[in-house]
Design a protein around this ligand. Structure first.
Ligand code: SAM
Length: 228
């Protein structure tokens, strides 16, 4: 899986590669999917949801450039597989899932595998998890109609978010980086946004958005997502 699906497609971060080699993906898929656990695609995990394609997990994780001291938020726990990968790389991981049955199953498995730094929460992740913010990295593993403002607010200065955002018949995977805040005085002097920055640059918090690739995810359902 790692050589053919991940390295061969250009994921080069050795820490991400090591995490993908270490986490036993077969433990995160239902018994009926065991034979397919290391194949090149998403798989059903029940409740109409999926465990993401291994390449997508690796690529999104690499984009987050996680450091060992980072505090990370994942929206969309699903099977818990992505959370385990994050748990290998970060200091603390909070992962939030709207479906209680999936959250409970993932929490049990992550505990069984010894991930004491991964905390599973049941709830609406479109609102983030303000009690543990700010986060150095945020990953959304469901397709959003637009970027939830709550998640932008909970991203630390210098932090990175990856999120699939609705774009026609698929989603556009975006990397959003929070730049150093701009003071009110600087804003007046520098009314026009710098090249490469979005309209969000006119506010005090500044973000840079980069479109990475086209992808397909199950919908992000919640107050700042799609209506369920
Ligand atoms: N990261 C997961 C894994 O490693 O197995 C795969 C996630 S699956 C593609 C997307 C998940 O997002 C589903 O389990 C779905 O229930 C969840 N989800 C959708 N909307 C959500 C929301 N507002 N808050 C939290 N989870 C949400």
């Amino acid at each position: 899986m790692v050589e053919e699906q991940i390295r061969a497609r250009g994921v080069a971060d050795e820490k991400v590669i090591a995490a993908m080699e270490k986490v036993p993906r077969h433990r995160f898929v239902p018994l009926s999917q065991q034979a397919a656990a290391y194949t090149d695609g998403p798989l059903p995990i029940g409740q109409g949801q999926t465990i993401s394609q291994p390449y997508m997990v690796a690529r999104m994780t690499e984009l987050l450039a996680i450091r060992p001291t980072d505090r990370v938020l994942e929206v969309g726990t699903g099977s818990g597989y992505q959370a385990a990968i994050l748990g290998e790389l970060a200091a603390e991981v909070w992962t939030i899932e709207r479906l209680g049955e999936l959250a409970d199953r993932a929490a049990l498995l992550l505990k069984d595998l010894g991930y004491t730094n991964v905390h599973v929460v049941t709830g609406d992740g479109t609102l983030g998890l303000p009690e543990h913010a700010p986060y150095d990295a945020i990953i959304v593993t469901a397709g959003a109609p637009s970027v939830p403002s709550a998640l932008l607010e909970q991203l630390a200065v210098g932090g990175r978010m990856v999120i699939p955002v609705h774009a026609g018949f698929a989603e556009d995977l975006r990397l959003i980086e929070r730049l150093p805040d701009r003071s009110a005085g600087e804003e007046q002097e520098e009314a026009a946004p710098a090249e490469g920055e979005t309209g969000r640059a006119s506010r005090r918090p500044r973000y840079r958005e980069t479109s990475i690739l086209s992808c397909a995810f199950v919908p992000l359902i919640g107050e700042q997502g799609y209506r369920g």
